[in-house]
Every structure is written in C-alpha cells, then in structure tokens.
Design a binder for this molecule. Sequence first.
Ligand code: ADP
Length: 305
Amino acid sequence: MSALFISDLRKKYDNGFLALNDINLSIDYGDFYAILGKNGAGKSTIINIIVSLIKKTSGKVFISGVNLDDNSIFIKSLIGVVPQDVNFNQFESVSDIVFNQAGFYGFSRSFIFDRVKSLLSFFELWDKRNTISFNLSGGMKRRLMLVRALIHNPDILILDEPTAGVDIFSRKVILNFLMELNKLGKTIILTTHYMGDVETLCNKIAVINKGAILKELAMKDLHFFNLDKFFTIKVCSVDKLLSFNRFKISILDKNTIDLHLSNNDSLNEFLYFLMSNNINIFSISMRNNPLEDFFLNSVINDKNV
Ligand code: ADP
C-alpha cells in the first residue's frame, strides 16, 4: 500500500482552466518526495485537493489506502500540512495556536502539553510561546506552522515550499528537523524551488509542468542522465595544462581552470592526470547543479508547452 496514491487526477477550475490533467502519482511510506515545477505548474492544486481545500474534478486520491471520497475527515488525521502562506490567526499567541490545533484532534491541553513543549523547544519557539504570532519573524512563523502540522503526529507531512523566503537559521533548523523526521520513517512530500535542498533531503522527485507529470526519478538514478558537468579547479600552476587537450578546459588565470566534462568523461582520469604531473589541487567546486539541469531540460523539452 502506498502512503499517497493518485490516479487520473484532474482539476478544472470554475473559469474553465485545466490545472491538473490526469495526474498519476504513487509515493511509498518513508519516501522523501519532491514535486518540482515552475510557478503555476499545479503543485499547490494537488496539495489543496489532498487536504480538501478544493474539490477535484475527477480521479482518485488515496492516503494510506483511505479513499479521499469516502473519508476526507479521517484523512486529515493522517496528514500534516504546511501551506505556502501563513494561515493561522496572527492575533493569537504561539501556544494558543498550537493548543487549539491539538484541540481539533481531541487532545486536551494537559494531555498534549509535553509534546507541545518539546516541539516548540526543538524549533526554538518555546521562549516565544506567549508572543502574539503577528510579532514573529517570517522564519519563526514558518517553524510555527511546522509545529502545528506535526502536533497530531501524522503519518505523512506535506510541505508547500517550506523554506521559501526564510532566513538561513530557520532554514537550517527546518531542514535538519525534516531530515531527522524522515530517518525516523515519516513520509514527507514537499514542493520547493531549492534544488540543493532536494539533493540533500529527497530520495525521489517528480517534475510537473502545465498540470502533467513529465518525469519521475529516484535521486540515485540522476547520474544515468546525460548531463554535462562544469567544475572550477584551483591548482598550484596551470603551466603544464596549456598543451593538454584530452579534456575541454579553459584557463582562467595562472591558478584557475574551468573543466567541462561530458557524460562519458571521467573526473577521476582528469584528477589522475593532475596528480601524476605533480599539479597540486587547492580546491574543486562544481559550477552547475545536475538536478537543476535535469529539471530545466525536462521542462524545456516538454512537447506540450
Ligand atoms: P503552483 O503551486 O505549481 O505554482 P498552482 O497549483 O497554484 O501552481 O496553480 C496551477 C494553475 O492553476 C495556475 O495557472 C493558476 O493560475 C491556476 N489556478 C489556481 N487557482 C485557481 C483558481 N481558483 N481559479 C482559476 N485558476 C486557478
């Protein structure tokens, strides 16, 4: 049984716009799954259907085997959602927001107190528990939304751009927590535009464009795609490289080269050449991001555009 199973999901908005065109998706328990797509691709529409904020036009959605059509209320207890925009009452205090959310799931304040305290503490919000949430920073608000989404210990956590516009500190806290949570077996589904986050966190991705899934990929298979790689390499001296034409290199200055590797080229071979010629390597940095290239290529080559 999948954690999330979607078949032929279609959404036509009232104005006639077809936002989802028969989407199929299957996400396993324990997956850390990224749905990637340009703005307007349809990511939030999928999430909003799952959480019953909007109605699908047709198709099926199952969460942990439960059909959304049969029991949307029960499904709410299986998932925790962090939407893109702040959607709590900004005139309530931090602790009221979390305790009230717990109340929706039938937990009394005394029963849930320890969990609230540990979640707020982890996200460094315990000291802010009496603060009116309007006065929190953007990053704190995002962390509070995470606490609220997790209060009932859902099987599946769904995050719509969890780190968009947050400061580096909040970003680190959020990413570390998500990583730990997934290691403990929680299924996490997120949308994001930060490919670095996806590379660090996710084991699978789907690329969506114009309401259709273009590609699904296990991150471990990314290297099978024919993607060029570009490196900037700092060395002690470029002199011995001036006549070297086995690889595509450009000399930038007396210590710096740009290396362009096609898919069949071996970085090992290039590094071996440097070492066997006593060219010390000071640093190597990759200039492009293979996942970003995969994403951009998928979207650019979409025949439906
Ligand atoms: P994403 O989350 O990938 O940025 P959305 O799911 O928010 O994309 O939107 C998908 C498409 O559906 C966009 O073209 C958007 O303008 C359109 N859309 C979203 N909500 C509505 C609505 N209520 N009525 C009409 N069109 C909508």
